[in-house]
Design a protein around this ligand. Structure first.
Ligand code: GTP
Ligand code: MG
Length: 294
């Protein structure tokens, strides 16, 4: 090992409003789709771990749900996840979307009280003028002590190199926590349920995505195919019909798209069996929310 450049490691929490591009940024840095991303807000519900490694650095990213004022139990659990990541991390990446016309006060409130380096990451610079973004950043700077500010485009990958350099500079010398080839730490079942959920977000409108959760019921590996059975759990009886669609077309399409993305993720053929189950008001009930993995 080069003694001039000690090995450094640490945890970085990615925090921001829904839809700011947190998961997109993590995937971009890792060069791999670890966390699902969609155009809809509140896509991420769990803490999703993504591990970046090079010869002398390991940064464990904690992707988190977007910060909101929780209205039901599922959202409360999501906000606990954000708080946990904030507590566990060595440094915070505050992802800010300057194209968002609504205030970002909830995130600022959450970050105000912590005594850790906060790096402001101004995302989506591919679709906004620098000057306009800077004006918005000036308002944040007045409210929050920032270690550094980075203008990036997570989609294009611009500005991420300098961001990584700044993060490395802030980390303490330390050994890698994970084998260098690891990209994450979740079991494959987690990714499978996330990829199914991603398709629900992409293919259904309005309340359906926010009312569903996905559980992998069984997973068996054959030599050339993985057989997966999963349940989509809905919040109300009427949603079951919407998910299944006329003559079963909606769930069939969902199954095809989900299977394709799972196959791409695991690099193997997949047989996917999907069922819909009603758990009346599951997302409003604390024990169900917990039982369903949140
Ligand atoms: N133009 C542009 N769009 C972006 C960029 N980064 C992310 N997006 C888009 O913003 C939307 C939200 O991205 P996500 O990565 O899912 O956002 P998130 O912050 O993880 O959202 P939640 O998980 O809901 O909190 C998606 O449609 C992305 O394609 C960017 O750099 N430029
Ligand atoms: Mg996300």
């Amino acid at each position: 090992m080069n003694t001039d450049k000690p090995h450094k490691s640490g945890y970085a929490a990615i925090i921001g409003k829904p839809n700011a591009g947190k998961s997109t940024l993590m995937n971009r840095i890792l060069g791999s789709k670890i966390s699902i991303t969609t155009h809809k807000a509140q896509t991420t519900r769990h803490q999703v771990v993504g591990i970046y490694s090079d010869d002398d650095t390991q940064i464990i990213f904690l992707d988190t749900p977007g910060v909101i004022s929780p209205k039901y139990e599922l959202q409360k659990a999501m906000m606990k996840t954000v708080e946990r990541a904030r507590t566990d991390a060595d440094l915070i990446l505050f992802i800010f979307d300057p194209t968002d016309s609504h205030p970002t006060d909830e995130v600022i409130e959450l970050l105000k009280s912590i005594n850790k380096p906060i790096l402001l990451v101004v995302n989506k610079m591919d679709v906004i003028d620098r000057e306009k973004a800077e004006q918005k950043v000036a308002l944040i700077e007045k409210k929050l002590k920032l270690k550094s500010i980075h203008y990036v485009s997570a989609i294009r990958g611009t500005g991420t190199h300098a961001l990584m350099e700044s993060m490395r500079a802030l980390l303490m010398p330390g050994p890698p926590y994970y084998p260098k080839e690891d990209l994450s730490e979740h079991p494959v079942r987690f990714f499978v349920s996330e990829l199914i959920r991603e398709q629900i977000y992409l293919q259904f409108q309005q309340e359906i995505p926010y009312s569903c959760t996905v559980e992998v019921i069984s997973y068996s590996e054959d030599i050339d195919i993985d057989r997966i059975s999963a349940e989509i759990i809905v919040n109300r009886k009427s949603q079951k019909g919407m998910l299944i669609g006329k003559g079963g077309t909606a769930i069939k399409n969902l199954g095809i798209k989900a299977r394709e993305s799972i196959e791409e993720f695991i690099g193997k053929k997949v047989f996917l069996d999907l069922h819909v189950k009603v758990r009346e008001k599951w997302r409003e009930k604390e024990n169900w929310v917990r039982n369903l993995g949140y």
